[in-house]
Write a protein that binds this ligand. Structure first.
Ligand code: ADP
Ligand code: MG
Length: 244
């Protein structure tokens, strides 16, 4: 098997006296979709943030696309070129159109020429079904459209792995589906992804592996079938509470 795209090994992270990651290990291989599930406060967001070095780890090892993320000499820029991250809040620049939002990083970080960046932006907008919204401002879009634009902005950097942190949690149910369909298309296209989600049905449908976090550990991991047949009372209880 090839090296994993993302590997965490015995990762520990505390905020002050609060131990948030208590020996987290998992591998995500190319083309895999890993679903991170678990109760609020179990450390899911912190794990994602450590992968993109938005947080420093205390001990352990993280490698992402060959980058040693724990290395103090890590070139952050090189890491961030390979990793796309989308959060619950859309974070689009309100004073820029959708097209300008998407072109910004390819132009400034990758140094693309204007025409090239426009082509690229049109391509990713088509991919998320927003070809007709290029000139709209974020406030003119629905929450679902804004979130799709945020995904398009990430894709424009042509990342090797995408991290999604509860990207549908702020959306009304009728807007959730359109965002999940974009993620499903990305998965079908072979994108490597780690997604924190409360959409259990979607996780079951799309994930190649499910990582159930509890008290800062990967408490149970395996194929989506573990959600139907939990080995631990903690996962059983979690799945039960999510269904209610
Ligand atoms: P989850 O995403 O699973 O809900 P988080 O990783 O966001 O969990 O948080 C895990 C725990 O770490 C929570 O108790 C949270 O309050 C705490 N935490 C997260 N980020 C910080 C921070 N920057 N400073 C202090 N505590 C934090
Ligand atoms: Mg979180």
């Amino acid at each position: 098997m090839t090296d994993p795209v993302v590997r965490l090994h015995e990762v520990h992270k505390s905020f002050g006296a609060l131990k948030v990651l208590d020996g987290v290990s998992f591998d995500v291989h190319r083309g895999e979709v890993a679903a991170l599930i678990g109760r609020s406060g179990s450390g899911k967001s912190t794990a994602l943030r450590c992968i993109d070095r938005l947080e420093r780890i205390d001990s352990g090892m993280i490698t992402v696309c060959g980058h040693d993320v724990a290395d103090p000499a890590l070139k952050l820029r090189a890491l961030r070129l390979d990793v796309g991250i989308v959060f619950q809040s859309y974070n689009l620049f309100p004073h820029l159109t959708v097209m300008q939002n998407i072109m910004l990083a390819p132009r400034s970080v990758k140094g693309l020429g204007r025409a090239e960046a426009v082509d690229l932006a049109r391509g990713v907008l088509a991919k998320v079904g927003l070809a007709d919204k290029a000139d709209a401002y974020p406030e003119q879009l629905s929450g679902g459209q804004q979130q799709r634009a945020a995904i398009a902005r990430s894709l424009a950097m042509q990342p090797k792995v995408m991290l999604f942190d509860e990207v549908t949690s702020a959306l009304d149910p009728e807007l959730t589906g359109e965002v999940l369909r974009v993620i499903e298309d990305l998965a079908a296209g072979g994108m490597t992804m780690i997604m924190v989600t409360h959409e259990m049905g979607f996780a079951r449908h799309i994930a190649s592996q499910v990582l159930f976090m509890h008290r800062g550990r990967v408490w149970e991991a395996g194929p989506p079938a573990i959600m139907s047949d939990p080995a631990t009372p903690e996962l059983r209880q979690f799945v039960g509470s999510e269904l209610r």
